[in-house]
Design a protein around this ligand. Structure first.
Ligand SMILES: Cc1ncc(COP(=O)(O)O)c(C=O)c1O
Length: 385
């Protein structure tokens, strides 16, 4: 074995860190009840609005993304109100679990893993089985590598004055063209350990005026994840409780970088990596897990017949220090996932595909070495010239 193996993350979170943001965070000594921090918070929120493509409020919580998801449920609904949930994977199921935890009755529209949430069925439910106070869905379902048509769903929800749309865009932001204001995405959830290139620990939620109206009426219990309280404090550059100061410093630096390169280019980068990974997989005789509408955020690939995907994941880790993801739940052993969230460049792409070819070979799959890399290179040249 070679003496040097560098660890690299290709997982759908955490993701590779922007060194500049890390260094800024490490060298920062800040107290949160100071003018300097208030200014930093306000600037960070302005950057978040840019990143989100929204003029809505964007709240920041010290928690993982699930905290803001839970907040969306507890802040929008009241006992007795109903929700509509679209699920086609492990993260969609999280919405179902959250609704249950708060005693909210939910109509669940589900699709098998690998398929998209059927928006037409969601629309039928909205038209015939309501009223629903909120509709919950993922922009991109990271467990299966599928992207959902939130634009079409938003069109239907926008027409209902008493219903709002909550989108878990934890892996959608920065990888997918989402237009909260144009389309009517009322609450959009994000997390720091994804396309924003910084460590886990922050959750985000953008909130529309329509959603604020419901939040003012909502009666479910809540304390830490109190959206209205956070909004009030954030207007002064403060948070209700001690903020994760170093992560906010890192976020400020990372979002400033993202603004510099342009959010469209960040999304195009993920799209290129996703397309190249799909083409590489096909060239290596593999099939994709996503039946249609594959996400830019993450590519889920079926393990070759007779090979446990865990063997491929292990080969990648042990030989190359490349951390890729196994499937979750019943998909474990059957698929592996390569993420394209945030700070990846073309050489990362070529390298991970080259490593994958060897890992597949060692796992017992017949591989023509170079076929996957070539496919990725061709996509690169087609897109980048
Ligand atoms: C689509 C999606 N939703 C929700 C989550 C949960 O986020 P967290 O682990 O930050 O709570 C993840 C995490 O990977 C995700 O990819």
């Amino acid at each position: 074995m070679p003496g040097i193996v560098k660890e690299r993350l290709f997982t759908p979170g955490p993701t590779p860190l922007l060194m500049e943001a890390q260094l800024r965070a490490l060298s920062a000594t800040l107290h949160h009840r100071t003018e300097a921090f208030r200014r930093l918070m306000k600037e960070t929120v302005a950057y978040l609005r840019y990143f989100y493509h929204t003029q809505n409020d964007v709240l920041i919580f010290a928690s993982s993304g699930t905290g803001a998801m839970e907040g969306a449920v507890s802040n929008l609904l009241s006992p007795g109100e109903r929700a509509l949930i679209g699920t086609a994977g492990k993260f969609g199921e999280r919405w179902v679990g959250l609704a249950q935890a708060y005693g909210i009755e939910a109509a669940v529209v589900s699709a098998p893993y690998g398929q998209c949430v059927p928006v037409e069925e969601m629309k039928r439910q909205l038209a015939s089985a309501g009223p629903f106070r909120a509709v919950f869905v993922q922009a991109t379902e990271s467990s299966t590598g599928v992207s959902h048509d939130v634009k079409a769903l938003a069109e239907a929800v926008r027409a209902l004055p008493e219903t709002c749309l909550v989108v878990d865009a934890i892996t959608g932001l920065g990888t997918t063209d989402l237009r909260p204001d144009e389309w009517g995405l009322d609450v959009v959830i994000g997390g720091s350990q994804k396309a924003t290139m910084i460590p886990p620990g922050l959750a985000f939620a953008s909130v529309s005026e329509k959603a604020w109206k419901f939040i003012a009426q909502s009666k479910l219990p809540r304390y830490y994840f109190d959206y209205a309280k956070e909004r009030k404090n954030l207007a002064n550059g403060e948070s209700s409780y001690t903020p994760a100061t170093t992560l906010v410093v890192a976020l400020h630096a990372a979002l400033s970088y993202i603004k510099e390169i342009g959010r469209e280019n960040l999304i195009a980068n993920a799209a290129l990596h996703a397309e190249a990974s799909r083409e590489a997989a096909r060239a290596l005789g593999l099939t994709l897990f996503a039946a249609g509408s594959p996400a830019n955020a993450v590519t889920a690939i079926n393990a070759p017949a007779g090979i446990d995907s865990g063997v491929i994941v292990k080969e990648m880790r042990n030989r190359f220090g490349a951390i890729i993801s196994n499937g979750q739940g019943t998909m474990k052993g059957k698929i592996f996932r390569l993420a394209h969230l945030g700070y990846y460049d073309a050489l990362d792409l070529f390298a991970v595909i080259a490593g994958l070819e060897i890992a597949l070979l060692k796992a017992g799959h017949r591989v023509q070495l170079g076929a996957g890399v070539r496919a990725a290179q061709e996509v690169y040249l087609r897109r980048q010239g």
